[in-house]
Design a protein around this ligand. Structure first.
Ligand SMILES: [Zn+2]
Length: 300
């Protein structure tokens, strides 16, 4: 499984036992189990070959009852690699909101998004201080943001597509952790997981306008860049599109929320550049999505 890393900074570790996955290296050191799955059901390091087609979520186009047993089994296998199980799992909805939900004992176990009770719907972020609970989000370009508080022994996980990023969902999660668990942002660790890179993420002008309105023009200029357009003869022509840097946008939100710079890990793994390894909406590899998981456990 070839995944591009920057030369100087390795953010994710790769695990190829059973179902392969990546984990956040900074969280490995804290003893907090994390995971980001791939398209692979299995992978052999020696031969460099594996079987793709891992399904971790029931897609909107699928029949719920047919797909559910397979995705529940796969999520349980993934959770077991983190010494947890699907019985301790709570999932987000991927509705592109900035809503964060505090997970309770009653919210655990295998469930379909369509079966959730109303108070648990339209949720893109989860936080918990319940020991050994596993939080799961999904994504096929939208990066997850993992949060850990080793002092209050609590974790958070958010799905940060452009709308959630615009609505500062990582800051909402931190605010809720402060209210609910007494977390101090200075004690938190955060990691922005694999997702689409700025080069791959072309956006319409209206996205620039929305960031400009809600974040201010100078912040919008830091995270959105207009790329040049070229004619067939290679000459630059008007009509270049904006590109959005989701990683930098979420890093700025985490810094503004009070997380220390040296406690923020930013993955440079792009799901679209690496569409051989990951499902990617923009790469039109939409058969399924990746699972991002974090367990509320601090081993160190
Ligand atoms: Zn890319």
């Amino acid at each position: 499984m070839k995944i591009r890393y920057s030369d100087h900074k390795r953010i994710f570790n790769i695990h190829t036992e059973q179902i392969p996955y990546l984990s956040v290296e900074m969280f490995d050191e804290l003893g907090v189990p994390t995971l980001y799955s791939t398209r692979f059901k299995s992978f052999d390091d020696q031969s460099g070959e594996g079987e793709t087609g891992l399904r971790v979520v029931v897609m909107k186009t699928e029949d719920d009852t047919e797909a559910a047993p397979v995705v529940f089994k796969n999520r349980d296998l993934l959770a077991r690699q983190l010494e947890s199980s699907i019985e301790h799992e709570s999932i987000t909805d991927q509705m592109h909101t900035n809503h964060v939900y505090v997970v309770t004992e009653n919210d655990l176990g295998p469930i379909l998004r369509t079966e959730k009770p109303p108070h648990r719907r339209s949720i893109d972020g989860l936080i918990t201080d319940l020991p050994d609970v596993i939080l799961t989000a999904f994504g096929g370009d939208c990066p997850p943001v993992y949060i850990a508080d080793p002092v209050r022994k609590a974790v958070g996980l958010v799905h940060a597509g452009w709308k959630g990023t615009l609505g500062k969902i990582p800051a909402n999660a931190i605010e809720r952790m402060t209210e609910q668990f007494g977390s101090d942002p200075r004690n938190l660790y955060a990691a922005i997981g694999p997702g689409i890179c700025i080069d791959c993420y072309e956006m319409g002008d209206e996205v620039y306008e929305q960031f400009s309105e809600q974040w201010g023009r100078s912040a919008a200029d830091q995270i959105l860049r207009r790329y040049p357009a070229f004619a067939d003869d290679g000459k630059e022509v008007p009509g270049g599109k904006y590109h959005l840097d989701l990683r930098e946008a979420n890093r700025m939100t985490l810094l503004d929320a009070g997380v220390r710079d040296d406690r923020i890990a930013v993955s440079n793994v792009c799901t679209m550049c690496n569409a051989d390894v990951f499902y990617s909406y923009r790469a039109r590899r939409m058969e399924n999505e990746q699972a991002a998981m974090i367990v509320n456990r601090f081993k160190v």
